[in-house]
Design a protein around this ligand. Sequence first.
Ligand SMILES: [Zn+2]
Ligand SMILES: [Zn+2]
Length: 80
Amino acid sequence: MKVKAYNQGMLKTELCNKWQESGTCPYGDNCQFAHGMRELRPVVRHPRYKTQICRMVLTRGTCPYGHRCHFRHSLDHQDR
Ligand SMILES: [Zn+2]
Ligand SMILES: [Zn+2]
């Protein structure tokens, strides 16, 4: 499975919530989120990023990954 390697590629592609709120983070250097723009890395998109409808949204109407989900959440192509 290539899923693990891909997940590692997502490290520090988002700002740390804790760090944003308080300026510190208990995880320090081990945190999987970026502490500041200097640590923020460009997101490596999956080649099929958001080209397929999210199954979670289809079956449950909601997705636990939210905007981090690799699949599309809107059921049509047109933005309102
Ligand atoms: Zn952090
Ligand atoms: Zn989703």
